[in-house]
Unconditional design. Structure first.
Length: 282
């Protein structure tokens, strides 16, 4: 059951938004930059422009879905409810030791409702969680992209059932939890100094910079990323089956894909003449 389908317009909007996200993360690896220091790490020059590009693109995805009948009032209400739950889960564990319980919800929702729903849910729930926990900063648009990709890719996993489905989702959750941290380090790594073996070198070959980046990840953030993936995988194994069943039962009962058909062939019932009560009494 895919509530937000990949229609032509929405597919283009999602691809454009993802391309902007990839460029925002990876452009220092391909274009030489001499930015450094606190202002560069804080993205004081490019973060506002990223917001300027990101928000219209996300609105464009929603408008494309609305124009192609991919979203209706029931989908929006479900999306809002799950985004609120995801934001609350993020507030309960805002990255402490890498433990973020909200990731498993993105995986299960993306699996049950489709890649498009997972993409939108990931971005919206991260935004809501940042507002609740006070985690608003130049890193937030990068986090929105990363969470959106996690929910989106969960909807693109192979179609399997039974216990194998939970195993696939748990393995994906483990990889996604680690990959989230690996990707998120790119938002500040090219602008900071960590020593000759771990720092970005402007103008150096891509392979050399990637080697230093992997060394930096292993030495710093991997101890946070692995617990995040393990927690997400464990939650999927323990809570995945009942939550998936609930999601799919909700989709069936709400009849998200059932078209509304008006039967015009049935003639209306004739209206009987009411008795004249006055004349009857007379």
């Amino acid at each position: 059951m895919k509530l937000i389908r990949f229609m032509p317009r929405s597919t283009i909007a999602l691809l454009v938004a993802s391309a902007v996200g990839v460029l925002a993360f990876a452009w220092p690896l391909f274009l030489q930059t001499s930015q450094a220091g606190e202002s560069a790490i804080g993205h004081t020059t490019d973060a506002p422009w990223l917001f300027v590009l990101l928000l219209p693109l996300l609105v464009g995805v929603i408008l494309a879905e609305l124009s192609e009948s991919g979203i209706d009032a029931k989908v929006i209400s479900l999306l809002g409810m799950l985004a609120a739950i995801g934001a609350a889960l993020r507030a309960l564990g805002p990255g402490t030791a890498g433990l973020e319980p909200g990731f498993f919800l993105l995986v299960l929702a993306g699996r049950a409702f489709g890649a498009g729903f997972g993409f939108v849910l990931g971005a919206v729930s991260l935004l809501g969680g940042a507002m609740i926990s006070g985690g608003v900063g130049p890193w937030m648009p990068f986090q929105m992209f990363a969470c959106a990709w996690i929910g989106c890719l969960a909807g693109l996993l192979p179609r399997v059932g039974g216990r194998l489905e939970l195993m696939v989702l748990a393995a994906y959750s483990l990889v996604a939890g680690v990959a989230y941290g690996v990707i998120m380090n790119l938002w500040f790594w090219p602008y900071a100094t960590f020593g000759s073996d771990f720092s970005y070198v402007p103008g150096d070959e891509l392979a050399e910079n990637l080697h230093r980046y992997l060394l930096f990840v292993v030495a710093t953030s991997l101890g946070w990323d692995i617990p995040r993936g393990i927690l997400c995988a464990m939650l999927v194994l323990v809570l995945g089956r009942p939550i998936l069943n609930a999601f799919r039962r909700t989709a069936r009962k709400a009849a998200f894909e059932a078209p509304v058909v008006f039967d015009t062939a049935t003639e209306p019932a004739p209206v009987r003449d009411l008795p004249d009560l006055g004349r009857t009494r007379g």
